[in-house]
Design a protein around this ligand. Structure first.
Ligand code: MRU
Length: 337
């Protein structure tokens, strides 16, 4: 079992993606050249993770104009743009990538090579994220004060980004430098990204881990078993308030109570320079079936009312540091517009 899986790959004018809803029991790759299929994959979380949905959407926009030209390609592009824009509301990386590709399209839509030019932009967005992931890993080494036991939430590795990940990249770099004792992966209800995806990635990287349900984090901290917590983010406001997978805020509060450092790792493309605080972040609410069923198996009746936000916002003052590809930022954050 090696580290030979990938989340997405663009080859022969098609996108190949790993269907993450089937992991870790089945490793199924889907090949498509239809933007609509990619939009659906993002909605269903077959493709997920803030940076990765931006990259996939950029390739989807390129594919929307693969076989068209002139006014037809403008029409197809605009339809695809609107469709992809509606897929998921919280991760700002999606909107950054869509707007970046749209700017290129607008500047070269009259050219015969418009498809190739837009595709080149999508590939650059992919490569840029890969580079940012590796710098985040290197910068993150500074947070290790000794060989550490780490707790993480949701999934932030290759499955969520274009490279080695955000928080996961820090963990991996730490491990390669002999600084990781053990990683506790939060199960991450309701969709189990920790239990299904982070464990898969930790195992493939040979990093020692244990999995526990989200409700067990407090006890681990009470028993002094955690040196620090690190997670990714889906959108960061200018003041540092950070939206991430539901349950992240719980961890930050617990860390504050137990005096344990709580870090976020994210590329600067996750910072939304249009919003001052986290109160402006739109939080996605998911279908109630995702709460009432576990991995497709119904465990409670469908008529129950549910409360099912997919993300929460951790206030900046609870975050010990935000690790980016540039450097580690510390509170008070004041990211620049
Ligand atoms: O709903 P998901 O699985 O797309 O949520 C993903 C997360 O919350 C990750 O922690 C986040 O995108 C950071 S990723 C590098």
């Amino acid at each position: 079992m090696g580290n030979d899986y990938f989340s997405i790959k663009f080859e022969n004018d098609q996108l190949i993606f790993l269907d993450q809803t089937k992991l870790p029991l089945e490793e199924v790759y889907v090949t498509t050249d239809r933007y609509e299929r990619i939009a659906e994959a993002i909605e269903k979380l077959e493709i997920r993770g803030a940076p990765l949905i931006g990259i996939a959407a950029a390739y989807a926009l390129a594919l929307s104009i693969k076989n068209s030209s002139g006014s037809e390609s403008a029409e197809n592009f605009n339809l695809a743009f609107k469709r992809l824009y509606r897929t998921r509301p919280t991760a700002v990386n999606l909107f950054h990538a869509l707007n970046q590709v749209k700017n290129i399209f607008e500047s070269c839509k009259a050219s015969e090579n418009v498809y190739q030019m837009v595709l080149t932009e999508a590939k650059e967005i992919h490569q840029d994220d890969m580079d940012k992931c590796s710098k985040i890993g290197e910068n993150g080494l500074l947070i290790f004060k000794k060989k550490s036991t780490i707790l993480t939430h949701c999934n932030t590795g290759k499955l969520a980004t274009g490279g080695d990940g955000t928080a996961f990249s820090v963990i991996k770099k730490g491990y390669e430098n002999g600084l990781v004792e053990l990683v506790y992966a939060d199960e991450t209800r309701p969709l189990l990204q920790g239990l299904r995806l982070t464990t898969f990635e930790l195992e493939r990287s040979g990093i020692p881990f244990a999995v526990q349900s989200d409700s067990m984090a407090a006890v681990l901290m009470q028993q002094s078993k955690i040196d620090f917590v690190i997670t990714g983010a889906d959108r960061i406001a200018l003041n540092g308030d950070s939206a991430n997978k539901i349950g992240t805020y719980n961890l930050a509060v617990l860390c504050n109570y137990h005096n344990i450092p709580f870090y976020i790792a994210a590329p600067t493309t996750t910072i939304d320079t249009k919003i001052a605080t986290g109160s402006e972040i739109e939080i996605e609410f998911r279908n109630k079936n995702e709460l009432l069923a576990i991995s497709g198996v119904q465990v409670a009746p469908n008529h129950y009312r549910t409360f099912s936000p997919a993300f929460d916002v951790t206030p900046a003052h609870l975050i010990s540091g935000i690790i980016t590809e540039e450097k580690i930022y510390y509170f008070p954050y004041n990211f620049i517009k």
